[in-house]
Design a protein around this ligand. Structure first.
Ligand code: C2O
Ligand code: CU
Length: 515
């Protein structure tokens, strides 16, 4: 109850709605009761509102699903589907999501990458109480900025049980430089009841096995390619029952899917010769970094974590958990092609999406070749398209170091030696420029994610006013990375590794504003 009231106050404060609380709740409930179909009820139900409120009704519940290939199983879903329904709105509109929990445990939704007001951030125990089974919670916030985002549960292992979906915000005035677009979620799946928490083979903590990774490929940014396939091939990964108080280890995934379908059941992306095609690539996977390549076509990166970048051509695109990239390609090479992902060096495709030219007779699509000397874009090559208005350069008001460790014969992962909820707070004050320096002392890559803010990735090769804005950055094994952000969104903000199994095993802490 308390949190519904908070939601209401957010409405009042930010959007100046004039209705009373009673009317608000009544209207919401009536709308909820009246709507037979669970999503997209809003444009009608709230047409009288002068505000462009876009309302979505999500019921979180277990549902038997099919990914097209492999067994049916019970996943945890929004509205019975995997991934969850697409939220697609225009910049400046109000997103309202009425979440009803019909799961057997508490839940919440996090709007990954969007700098929402703190009370709407959806982290149980940090920004709200868990939404208990049978309860309803209303999220409401402004859709800003435009870009490609993800929403997902932030409770336990629910992300790996299927609770995620795409959130796309279109710019108000769209100067579309492309002819068609496709949104693709890249997903790792345990195809057993309960998804990622199912009794399944799990990947053991990494010990001294990191040395082999440098040997492979030679395409720059090659760290952290030790995949579950690699481990599987080495005959490891049979430990399945963690001790009482130990976190779950990463599963060995059964399948990789795109928008809830496993190849060859993935519907082809249809293109016409001459098209400029935009792909919104989103990685909601719990524990998988993908290296993507489209056979027959280079890709041009146009946005990183939603933010526009100077177009950068690459053959291979690396996308870590929680990251999003918009890419474009020119459809100038008619045929049947595959967009495929590999863990580089292991030679086997993990997920595939056919790209099919209209008028070309269907045949076995051509797989991308990962073996030749390929360009793979790195963070260091990316520059922001829109210069930051922050006067450049000023020295940070605060600096925090974050040492990432773990995995050495231990199921726990740590920041500065701590296992969450044991933590060192990163205390900041509104208006400060805050710098964070990561040092990865482990043999695994860690996609570090900060809630509530975009941060700039510090790159000595690029002037500060062109540093890219991101919200998630992969810190590779034995590497150092620095980021900085302006403390402009007061609250208590979760900060963590977006490998779900590392997060649940302690690799998390908080940025907290001093009041
Ligand atoms: Cu994708 Cu803590 O979030
Ligand atoms: Cu990690």
């Amino acid at each position: 109850m308390m949190f519904q009231r908070d939601a209401y106050f957010v409405v009042q404060r930010n959007y100046e709605m004039t209705i009373t609380r009673r009317t608000f709740l009544k209207t919401t409930l009536n709308a909820a009761l009246a709507a037979a179909i669970p999503v997209f009820s809003s444009r009608h139900a709230f047409a009288r509102s002068e505000r462009a409120v876009r309302e979505f009704r999500f019921t979180a519940r277990p549902q038997q699903v099919s990914l097209g290939k492999g067994p049916d199983f019970y996943a945890w879903t929004y509205n019975g589907q995997v991934p969850g329904p697409e939220i697609r709105v225009k910049e400046g509109e109000i997103i309202r999501v009425i979440l009803e929990n019909r799961l057997p445990e508490g839940t919440s939704i996090h709007w990954h990458g969007l700098p929402v007001p703190n009370a709407m951030d959806g982290v149980p125990g940090v920004t709200q109480e868990p939404v208990k089974p049978g309860e309803t919670f209303i999220y409401e916030f402004e859709a800003r900025p435009a870009g490609t985002f993800i929403y997902h549960s932030h409770s336990g292992y629910q992300l790996d049980q299927g609770l995620y979906g795409p959130l796309i915000i279109d710019p108000i005035s769209e100067s579309r430089g492309y002819d068609r677009e496709y949104a693709l979620m890249l997903e790792d799946w345990v195809m057993k009841d309960g998804g990622g928490v199912a009794a399944t083979r799990r990947r053991p903590p990494m010990g001294m096995m990191g040395g082999m990774m440098e040997a492979r490929g030679g395409m720059g940014m090659m760290g952290g390619l030790m995949g579950r396939r690699g481990m599987g091939m080495m005959g490891r990964g049979s430990r399945s029952a963690p001790g009482e108080n130990e976190p779950l280890l990463e599963p060995l995934y059964d399948a990789y899917a795109v928008n809830g379908r496993v190849y060859p059941e993935v519907p082809p992306l249809m293109v016409t010769k001459g098209d400029r095609v935009k792909l919104r690539l989103m990685n909601p996977s719990s524990a998988t970094i993908y290296h993507l390549r489209l056979a027959g076509h280079p890709l041009t990166i146009t946005n990183a974590d939603g933010n526009p970048v100077k177009p950068l051509v690459t053959d291979v695109l690396r996308i870590g958990m929680g990251e999003r990239y918009d890419v474009e390609f020119a459809a100038d090479n008619p045929g049947n092609w595959l967009l495929a992902a590999q863990e580089l060096g292991f030679g086997e495709s993990m997920l595939q999406v056919p790209v099919h030219y209209r008028g070309v007779s269907p045949q076995r699509p051509v797989e991308p070749d990962f073996r030749r000397g390929l360009r793979m874009a790195s963070y260091r090559e990316l520059e922001a398209l829109i210069p930051s208005d922050e006067p450049a350069p000023r020295s940070a008001d605060r600096f925090y170091t974050q040492t990432l460790s773990g995995g050495m014969h231990s199921p726990f992962w740590t920041i500065n030696g701590r296992v969450y909820p044991d933590l060192e707070l990163m205390v900041v004050q509104k208006g400060e420029l805050v710098r964070i320096g990561y040092t990865n002392h482990s043999m695994m890559p860690h996609p570090m994610h900060l809630h509530g803010h975009f941060f700039r990735v510090i790159n000595p090769r690029v002037p500060p006013y062109r540093w890219i804005l991101k919200d998630t950055i992969v810190v590779d094994p034995m590497q150092q990375v620095e980021i900085e952000f302006v403390a402009n969104n007061p609250g208590r903000w979760f900060h963590h590794c977006h490998n779900l199994y590392h997060m649940e095993a302690g690799m998390a802490n908080l940025v907290v504003y001093r009041s």
